[in-house]
Design a binder for this molecule. Structure first.
Ligand code: ADP
Length: 486
């Protein structure tokens, strides 16, 4: 047993075996290149037998023509001069004509008179290394191409784009952005961009930016941005956070030129304002004439005439409401909606509205809650808001036979809510309800309106320093609420 183990150990450390089966090729040859010794590893790589090689082939026979010239002109003279040469790249040809790349390390074997008698070489196959090098090179090329492509796209897309750190420091702006600002080499972008925002839009834009960053949610803002020519153009800045494992690692933003769109909207608003003003006088005249005619007809007219006049009056009333909404929007836009504030009891105001509207629409309007509360506000404008909300619940929830108006006291505010049991509102529509001209679809049913009522309500409440909102789910009715300072 012991002998077998010793034999095995001896075999393992046998120098001859180490030489023959080393992971590299060993080769010894005379100064004229004639091979005198070669190990098994190299013979296997080359596909020759020992008898084919030893004493018959020269080392240079394994090289290409160019390799041979290189060996004679540089390699061998170097071995002569230095006694050794390390890691020179050669292409070695096998017996079947194929080849593989290798590194050749050589040492000169000298006699006592310092004459070179032979050369020992170590051959290292670098096929795999070459393959990795090629893969690496290709990967680098690919990365460079991708980078070029990204830089091209980033610089030449029609939009201006930038990135920022999680804290909001701008780290990159594309060429279109820097060209727009006329600041191609600036690195400190944030102060330059803030300086380019129109002074009237600056503080609001900054507030939105800081709030958006703090909340870590996508946000957008509209602002006028100064071009290098000095002209301000309207832009829409949209910012989106990029997260990794729930943490924001970067912000990406695009800044789109919306100047033409904003100008078009302004022209449209201007036209609507003018049209509403022009329509108001004839409609008021028509309304008065109809009222006069109604009174006359009530005395001598027949039932058919009375009916026609009543319908005409209702239609004129609707038309007047639409024109009033348009005029209100025009006034709000031009800052002409002055508030005349007084302190008044909010329940009394709601009672007044419900009386007329409840009788008109034959609906039970119930007032609940802290009915003793007073608010400091413009009574006419608050009445306008209440009428709008009640009108909407009667219009959009016609099947609910009661609408509840609640008053709730809060420390500094009073909250008023109008609650109906109608169809409710889809969640995705809620964020847009208070926008100008927004109208939700009511599956085929068409209601008169311009999508301005809630916008006007929101503007009036905002100007009082209050808040407005809605809680609703489809099929569960709607609860429109607003708050006012006490
Ligand atoms: P308008 O009634 O003129 O269309 P509003 O600004 O008053 O405009 O309302 C905007 C939209 O909100 C309406 O088109 C309607 O779809 C929706 N809405 C308002 N009130 C209610 C309500 N009580 N129930 C369901 N939908 C409502």
């Amino acid at each position: 047993m012991k002998n077998i183990a010793e034999d095995l150990l001896n075999a393992l450390v046998d120098a001859e075996a180490l030489y023959e089966d080393a992971p590299c090729g060993y080769l010894s040859y005379l100064t004229d290149g004639t091979i005198i010794k070669i190990n098994r590893t190299l013979l296997n790589w080359l596909g020759y037998s020992r008898e084919d090689v030893v004493g018959k082939i020269k080392v240079t026979d394994f090289f290409s023509k160019g390799g041979r010239v290189y060996y004679e002109m540089f390699y061998y003279p170097l071995v002569q001069m230095n006694g050794a040469v390390k890691e020179i790249n050669f292409e070695i040809f096998r017996g079947d004509g194929t080849s593989f790349p290798c590194l050749l390390n050589s040492n000169a074997i000298k006699d006592a008179t310092n004459r070179i008698r032979a050369i020992n070489s170590v051959v290292i196959d670098i096929t795999d290394r070459k393959k990795y090098e090629l893969e690496l090179l290709n990967a680098k090329k690919f990365a460079e191409q991708a980078k070029d492509q990204f830089e091209f796209v980033a610089d030449y897309i029609p939009e201006m784009i930038c990135t920022a750190t999680p804290e909001g420091t701008i780290t990159y702006v594309n060429k279109r952005f820097s060209d727009y600002l006329g600041l191609p080499t600036v690195q400190e972008w944030a102060p330059q961009i803030i300086a380019a925002v129109h002074p009237d839009d600056r503080s609001q834009s900054l507030r939105t930016w800081i709030k958006g960053m703090r909340l870590g949610q996508s946000f957008q803002l509209q602002m006028r941005l100064r071009r290098y020519t000095g002209k301000y153009l309207w832009h829409m800045l949209k910012c989106v956070p990029y997260r990794q494992n729930d943490d924001i690692v970067k912000w990406a933003a695009s800044c789109l030129d919306i100047h033409d769109h904003v100008t078009e909207v302004e022209k449209r608003d201007e036209f609507i304002g003018i049209a509403a003003h022009e329509l108001r006088t004839p409609v008021t005249g028509l309304k008065l004439s109809l009222e006069f005619l109604s009174r006359l007809t009530a005395e001598h007219g027949d039932a058919r005439q009375i009916n026609i006049l009543e319908r005409s009056s209702r239609n004129i009333e609707k038309m007047k409401k639409l024109i009033d909404d348009l005029l209100n929007v025009d006034r709000l836009k031009n800052g002409q909606l002055a508030l005349e504030k007084t302190t008044f009891n909010i329940a009394n105001l709601l009672a007044r509205c419900s009386e007329t509207m409840g009788v008109r629409d034959k609906v039970n309007l119930r007032i609940e809650g802290d009915t003793g509360e007073t608010v400091y506000a413009d009574e006419n404008r608050v009445e306008q808001v209440a009428i709008n909300l009640i009108n909407n619940s009667l219009k959009y929830a016609p099947s609910s036979n009661e609408v509840v108006l609640t008053i709730q006291s809060h420390p500094n505010m009073v909250e008023v809510a109008v609650i109906d049991h109608g169809p409710g509102i889809a969640k995705e529509r809620i964020p847009y309800l208070f926008e100008r001209y927004y109208r939700a679809d009511h599956s085929g049913v068409s209601y008169t309106g311009l999508g301005l009522g809630l916008y006007i309500c929101a503007e009036i409440i905002k100007r009082h320093g209050g808040k407005i909102g809605v809680d609703s789910e489809p099929g569960q009715g709607a609860r429109f609420w607003f708050t006012l300072p006490r």
